[in-house]
Ligand binder design. Structure first.
Ligand code: SAM
Length: 269
């Protein structure tokens, strides 16, 4: 960093992995094959990238920091790495490997954009077959939460409808430089075969976002503003859901069924 004349940016979530054993164990656990197509978001100083490129897989990395991107270009000039300089929240992800080509996301995501990056992946035509990602622990808890948990919300339901979520391990602050103020966690999200098709996923997203807009209030009034009281009451009655219920009491499976019912009533599908 001194060489580049930069200080770690909090805004860009720059907490770099400095524990080589930990990094190697992530890569070992990832079981990468030369046939894999891998996307890494936020390569930083290449702690993960250097192992990824050695696997023989195709690797593309997106780095926002201009100075780091220039450094990475030089560092990996003899390696099979495609580097994109830009904001991963704005890069056209399907254009990287092709709109129908399966790929895996393997990243230590920046705290600042981790949630948006994961959420954006969900609505791709071809979402990653797997996301092996390091995130702020609190975000990890949200993604894995069930209706029994305080962290439960729209994102938990959207993610779990598309992916099986598994906590791989916790990552304490002393694995990073600079040390973050909070713990991190590695999650493995594996794409579900029974995931909703895009139109249903869109309904599920709208339904859960509006239902959780005021999480302590009953969801009926909030969701009825989008779907109409009549449709919503009919759908909830069909599924035996109490119209006085709050969103935080409805399981991900039941939300998906409700989205399905509403789709049927509105679009006849
Ligand atoms: N992978 C490296 C490691 O584990 O040491 C760095 C991880 S660090 C937590 C996050 C990295 O993401 C930083 O290099 C930061 O510059 C980059 N970054 C932050 N926001 C980004 C964005 N929107 N798009 C792409 N990269 C971003």
């Amino acid at each position: 960093m001194e060489e580049l004349g930069i200080a770690p940016s909090k805004k860009l979530g720059q907490n770099f992995l400095v524990d080589a054993n930990f990094t190697e164990s992530i890569i070992r656990g990832a079981k990468i094959t030369p046939e894999d197509k891998i996307l890494e978001i936020g390569p930083g100083f290449g702690a993960l990238t250097e192992h990824l490129v050695k696997t023989g897989a195709m690797v593309t990395a997106i780095e926002f920091d201009r100075k780091l991107a220039a450094w990475l270009r030089e560092r990996f000039k003899n390696d099979p790495l495609t580097l994109i300089e830009g904001d991963a929240c704005k890069v056209d992800i399907p254009s990287i490997y092709g709109i129908d080509t399966p790929f895996r996301l393997i990243s230590n995501l920046p705290y600042s954009a981790g949630t948006v990056i994961v959420a954006n992946m969900l609505s791709l035509k071809t979402p990653p077959t797997e996301m092996l990602v390091m995130l702020q622990k609190e975000v990890g808890l949200r993604l894995a939460a069930s209706e029994k948990d305080e962290e439960y919300g729209s994102l938990s339901i959207r993610v779990q409808s598309m992916y099986n979520v598994e906590t791989v391990r916790l990552a304490p602050p002393d694995l990073f430089f600079p040390k973050p103020e909070v713990d991190s966690v590695i999650l493995r999200l594996s794409l579900r075969a029974d995931r909703p098709e895009p139109a249903l996923f869109k309904t599920l997203s709208t339904l859960t976002k509006v239902s959780f807009a005021h999480r302590r209030k009953k969801m009926f009034k909030q969701a009825a503003s989008v779907y109409g009281s009549e449709n919503l009451l009919k759908a909830m009655t069909t599924l035996g859901i109490d119209p006085d219920i709050r969103a935080e009491k409805i399981s991900p499976e039941m939300f998906l069924k409700l989205a399905q019912e509403l789709n049927g009533l509105i679009h006849g599908s």
